[in-house]
Design a protein around this ligand. Structure first.
Ligand code: ZN
Length: 163
């Protein structure tokens, strides 16, 4: 496995739309492994392939240690409720915003064996699904945030999501 470089806000690649994965080959499997290692090293809870410069619809999320979720071509199929919380992003280091996200999100995706599956998350996991899938369409949380926090407000309590 290898640590990948996480791109930051000013990199124009982050604004591009990622393409679907059409074949799960060794490159995609290596990408999944490297993304998980990179996310853990950066102490994030999620990472989209575009954040490491790969324009493919691939996401890893780990909100609970050891509970890695790998999503290939993920699509949000159902949402409900509302949460208004602090959100951050590994590509926007040092920043934090207030966002409104659904409280419960169901995602349909393909796993590394090529099988379709559905996964439902609430709270932090629901927020991570929205945040990462937005990345695949070139959207950053700062685009949808109700408010970006000042450094003083951030010091009073950081984000619970860096992804
Ligand atoms: Zn992010």
């Amino acid at each position: 496995m290898a640590l990948l470089t996480i791109l930051t806000e000013k990199d124009p690649i982050l604004r591009k739309r990622s393409r679907p994965v059409t074949e799960i080959n060794d490159r995609i499997l290596t990408l999944l492994d490297d993304m998980a290692e990179t996310m853990r090293h950066a102490e994030g809870v999620g990472l989209a392939a575009v954040q490491v410069g790969v324009l493919r619809r691939v996401v890893v999320i780990e909100c609970e240690p050891g509970q890695l979720i790998e999503l290939i071509n993920p699509v949000i199929v159902e949402t409900s409720g509302l949460q208004r919380t602090r959100e951050g992003c590994l590509s926007l280091p040092g920043k934090c915003g207030l966002t409104e996200r659904p409280m419960k999100v169901t995602v349909e995706a393909t796993n590394r064996e090529g099988k379709h599956f559905c996964v439902t998350g609430t709270g932090l996991l629901a927020k991570a699904f929205c945040h990462e899938i937005d990345h695949l369409d070139g959207i950053l949380y700062s685009d949808v945030a109700k408010k970006m926090l000042t450094p003083e407000e951030i010091r009073a309590g950081g984000a619970d999501l860096e992804s």
